[in-house]
Design a protein around this ligand. Structure first.
Ligand code: HEM
Length: 223
């Protein structure tokens, strides 16, 4: 596939993943409300298996295509530049642009840890499976996601790992969104670089928006 085709694939799948992350952050903010809100929200999402599995499938496919196009683009770039790397001087490209691979791998590792922690509940997090709560006095018990989040993030080491993951997300999204604009020629360096501001603003919104959760839990503001 051509370089431009690969860039389109990367951009489109990246935007799908950013869309999921935005909704995920908004949903997670319910942890700041009484427990019943996020428990009900999570219960409702899981009570429509077709919707849940469709979203999971789209996410998984987007992730796979995003990574595969990144690898292919890197191969093409290397093939087009036969010089040895130690002969190439950094040409003003930003730190993020040279670190997309590193932050991408960091983000991938974070998501693996995150699924292990909050979705699969593998040891030593198996107890999360048994947390249950009632949405009303008469309702049947449902998973207590609020308690899982509080217990799961109150350990400062775990919270620290989340902050590290959020830092990777910050750099990856900030440069990724900027890259989408440059790839499609939507950048006019002479005008006000609004696309750069948008990329930075989104990076900060995700970083601060997600990090607020483990920080508030470690400080005991959410319990
Ligand atoms: C402070 C940050 C975050 C918190 C507190 C958080 C919280 C959660 C919780 C509680 C679940 C399990 C929901 C349930 O089973 O009821 C979950 C699932 C998930 N989270 Fe996060 N999340 C965070 C950041 C992220 C980020 C940055 C990403 C992606 C880059 C992400 C991707 C996912 C995915 C893919 C799932 C699995 C969804 C599924 O089961 O289909 N999360 N998260």
């Amino acid at each position: 596939m051509s370089t431009i085709g690969l860039k389109i694939l990367m951009g489109v799948t990246g935007l799908i993943l950013v869309g999921y992350i935005s909704l995920h952050m908004l949903g997670n903010w319910q942890v700041f409300l009484p427990a019943v809100y996020i428990n009900q929200y999570s219960y409702l999402l899981k009570s429509v298996p077709l919707l849940l599995w469709s979203v999971r499938l789209v996410l998984l496919a987007s992730f796979a295509v995003h990574v595969a196009s990144a690898v292919r683009l890197a191969q093409l770039r290397r093939a087009a530049r036969p010089k040895r790397y130690d002969q190439i001087k950094p040409n003003g490209a930003s730190w993020e642009s040279r670190s997309m691979l590193l932050t991408g791998i960091g983000l991938g590792l974070f998501v693996l840890f995150h699924l292990y922690h909050f979705t699969w509940h593998f040891p030593p997090f198996s107890a999360f499976d048994r947390f249950s709560a009632r949405l009303s006095e008469t309702s049947h018990p449902v998973p207590d996601v609020h308690r899982m989040m509080v217990e799961g993030l109150r350990n400062p080491w775990v919270a620290g790992a989340y902050l590290l993951g959020m830092s990777c997300l910050f750099f990856h999204i900030r440069h990724g969104i900027d890259g989408i604009f440059s790839s499609f020629g939507l950048v006019n360096r002479r005008s006000f670089p609004w696309e750069r501001w948008l990329a930075h603003a989104l990076g900060w919104v995700f970083f601060l928006g997600f990090s607020a959760i483990p920080v508030a839990i470690v400080l005991g503001w959410v319990r």
